[in-house]
Write a protein that binds this ligand. Structure first.
Ligand code: SF4
Ligand code: SF4
Length: 275
């Protein structure tokens, strides 16, 4: 089984277009699992017109107060790094659930054992199918702070179900934050999708730096390759030892496919695997 991560520093470069096109091409002859790990804004199911089914509700632990034991000392608010607890002298602490990451520090410092555990829903996992593509995706609930928890649950599902596949394609979020790192940890081949613009080059360099720190080699896909100056991207590829594996010129058909909820046909998309 090969795990291919499709990522990129900048949003809107075409990661999902490339990931879904690659999955569709591979699925003509191989068993494929496509994982949409862009949990803040998943859209692969829209591109592939997949009707998703709920697989799992993801919960996170949160503290719960027994105020009859609270001495109003304020220690829980002082230790909370996310400012999820407000303490006014002489009053019970006020808890703002949406800011809590479940670290448990408040519970550890409470001198009177007034804090136990409860839980809240922070997101959902979904499954689906299109032809020979099996599909997994995660979705963070609005206003929840820790999307990497959802990605970790996706990774667990992938561990459980992924062994029977020839290829697992992981479509990550944009950027270099924790959910992207969590999604790429298991990938044995990574492709960064960019575009030939100063912003594309800037964000590509950040993701190449991240991959260098993770000891992962990257291939580069230049999307809309004829709409800008490729020189900066080629310079970065040479500086970071990353091969340019695919150039995708601007195409009206690709845009029409995307807006019509259909996977794009991308010439030579399988060259991504030759890196
Ligand atoms: S569990 Fe952590 S983040 Fe949540 S309220 Fe307690 S200290 Fe703050
Ligand atoms: S640390 Fe415990 S006792 Fe002190 S204010 Fe918080 S809940 Fe109350």
């Amino acid at each position: 089984m090969r795990i291919i991560g499709i990522t990129g520093g900048k949003g809107g470069t075409g990661k999902s277009t490339i990931a879904t096109a690659l999955a569709c091409e591979l699925a003509k002859t191989r068993k494929v699992l496509l994982v949409d790990a862009d949990v803040d804004c998943p859209n692969d199911h829209l591109i592939l017109s997949i009707e998703r089914s709920l697989l799992k509700v993801v919960e996170q632990r949160i503290p719960a107060w027994d105020l009859s034991k609270c001495t109003k000392c304020g220690a829980c608010a002082r230790v909370c790094r996310t400012n999820a607890i407000v303490s006014v002298p002489g009053s019970n602490p006020i808890f703002m659930e949406n800011q809590c990451n479940g670290c448990g520090a408040c519970r550890l410092v409470c001198p009177s054992g007034a804090i136990g555990w409860s839980s809240k829903e922070i997101g959902r996992l979904f499954s689906g199918k299109r032809g020979n593509i099996d599909f997994l995706s995660g979705e963070l609930k609005a206003n929840q702070p820790v999307s990497e928890f959802i990605v970790n649950h996706l990774n667990e599902e992938m561990e459980k179900t992924g062994r029977g596949y020839d290829y697992v394609i992981i479509d990550t979020a944009a950027g270099t934050h924790c959910p992207v790192i969590a999604a790429l940890e298991k990938a044995d081949g990574i492709v960064a999708v960019t575009e030939p613009t100063p912003l594309g080059a800037h964000d590509l360099e950040i993701i190449l730096q991240l991959l260098e720190k993770m000891n992962k080699n990257a291939g580069i896909v230049i999307n809309r390759s004829d709409l800008g100056d490729k020189g900066q991207i080629e310079g970065l590829a040479s500086r970071y030892g990353a091969r340019i594996v695919l150039e995708v010129p601007f195409s009206r058909e690709i845009i029409d496919s995307y807006s019509g909820g259909k996977p794009a046909q991308i010439a030579n998309v399988m060259s991504i695997l030759e890196r």
